[in-house]
Write a protein that binds this ligand. Structure first.
Ligand SMILES: *Cc1c(COP(=O)(O)O)cnc(C)c1O
Length: 428
């Protein structure tokens, strides 16, 4: 038997002609559970987490999985059992953490638009920290906490404004986006926070963007944040923790992001050099923990040759895999069973059944396919199921978590009954 691991996907490999997730043949999972089907490898998630854990060995550090990347309960349980905290962005995500056995005390609550009801819910649960994104939010949170005779633990998300000219990637840490507070306003806003009776200042945080594949922006952002820590502590406001956000990229298409442990070796050296090595550290990785731990299995419905383009029409669509339509993102697409050596490949646009021209999954792909063949859309663990929809009244896909040679169905396929449960016809 020859084994050939998929690039960037530990624990997914071809054994001879068949693609496996850990000990299980994916074509068998597809016939048992149907397609489209998300399949996640528990070992792949834990090995992504282990890179961060190695990076922080010997430090006081808390890894908070940014669960919007994939908020399925079975996925959350893997990280909760491994000791992770969670970075949430809504009251619904808090409910999911608790339902999956996560600890409220290890939850941090990010997002620009927290409602009073969500603040009350999070205070009642006893979350670890609110990552506050504006001055107005500080005032409201203090009010809500005082009305409950509590003090809310807060960190303020600062915008390091890392220069986009040197780092032209999708960014959230720049002036002119909705997140965080400006670097030059941060000290004043910290002083305001410290004056509010309903708040307890505990930390500082930043999050500069997503799918970052270079170390430089992280190092630059760390310098900018530590400059603020200097100033805030000099003003007499003690900070217990520093939270450096998430954003580390994964290999979608020959991308070469640093390993989490290598990145943190560089960052910790800077932190030590600036005298903050003993502070409690927090991070909020999402994509890098789950993205390449998941694939989406799909079946070819039709092959449609054309004058200008050939189309490979599959049973997964933009409602299952929204990233290509939303961000023109790339997902590799591979067969579950490799064709014979002399196969004749053609170039296809791989598209779904949804009635939108934007419903494409891959463009100009060389594939050797026929109707009934099964494919895997790779790097589908992050920002796929959690962004899925019922557009075109398509039910959400099922999800399977593979652990060694065991498959756990963690979400059954959505039925039409599931979809229309909240709807009612007006009485006539
Ligand atoms: C989305 C998000 C993350 C995670 O980003 P990834 O790119 O998935 O690592 C972390 N922190 C905040 C505040 C976020 O909004």
């Amino acid at each position: 038997m020859t084994t050939h691991t998929l690039p960037g996907h530990p624990h997914f490999a071809y054994r001879d002609k068949d693609l496996f997730a850990e000990g299980l043949r994916l074509s068998e999972l597809a016939s048992i559970h149907g397609t489209p089907l998300f399949v996640y490898s528990k070992a792949a998630m834990l090995s992504a987490l282990a890179a961060y854990q190695r990076g922080f060995a010997g430090r006081q550090a808390q890894i908070c999985y940014a669960m919007k990347a994939n908020s399925s309960l079975g996925v959350l349980q893997v990280f909760a059992q491994a000791g992770c905290g969670f970075d949430i962005v809504s009251g619904g995500e808090l409910e999911r953490v608790l339902a999956a056995g996560g600890e409220a005390g290890k939850v941090i609550f990010s997002g620009v638009g927290k409602t009073r009801a969500e603040m009350r819910q999070a205070l009642l649960a006893g979350i670890g920290c609110f990552n506050v994104e504006s001055e107005a939010e500080l005032d409201v949170l203090s009010d809500v906490a005082l009305s409950m005779k509590l003090r809310a633990p807060v960190s303020i998300r600062v915008n390091p404004n890392v220069d986009p000219k040197t780092h032209p990637y999708i960014s959230t840490g720049l002036k002119g986006n909705k997140f965080g507070v400006a670097h030059e306003d941060a000290l004043r806003i910290y002083q305001h926070a410290a004056s509010l009776k309903g708040l307890q200042v505990v930390g500082i945080d930043c999050h500069i963007g997503s799918q970052i594949t270079d170390t430089t922006p992280y190092l630059d952002a760390m310098d900018r944040v530590l400059d603020l820590v200097d100033a805030i502590e000099a003003a007499g406001i003690a900070l217990e923790h520093i939270d450096f956000g998430g954003g580390l990229g994964i290999n979608y298409n020959n991308d070469a992001p640093p390993e989490a442990d290598a990145l943190w070796q560089l960052l910790l050296a800077k932190l030590d050099a600036r005298g903050y090595g003993a502070k409690k550290l927090m991070i909020e990785p999402g994509r890098s923990l789950v993205g390449n731990a998941g694939v989406c299995l799909t079946e070819v419905l039709y092959v449609k040759p054309g004058e200008q383009k050939n189309f490979c029409i599959i049973d997964a669509a933009m409602n299952d895999l929204p990233r290509p339509a939303m961000y023109q993102a790339f997902h590799a697409i591979v067969p579950l069973t490799q064709a014979a050596a002399v196969a004749t490949a053609s170039t296809y646009d791989v598209v779904g059944p949804v009635c939108e021209s934007g419903d494409w999954i891959g463009r100009d792909r060389d594939l050797s396919v026929a109707a009934g063949d099964q494919l895997a859309v790779l790097s589908a663990g992050a920002y796929c199921m959690s962004m899925s929809s019922n557009y075109n009244s398509r039910g959400r896909a099922a999800e399977v978590l593979v652990d060694g040679d065991k498959a756990h169905l963690i979400r059954r396929r959505e039925t039409l009954q599931d979809q229309i449960r909240q709807e009612q016809l007006p009485a006539v």
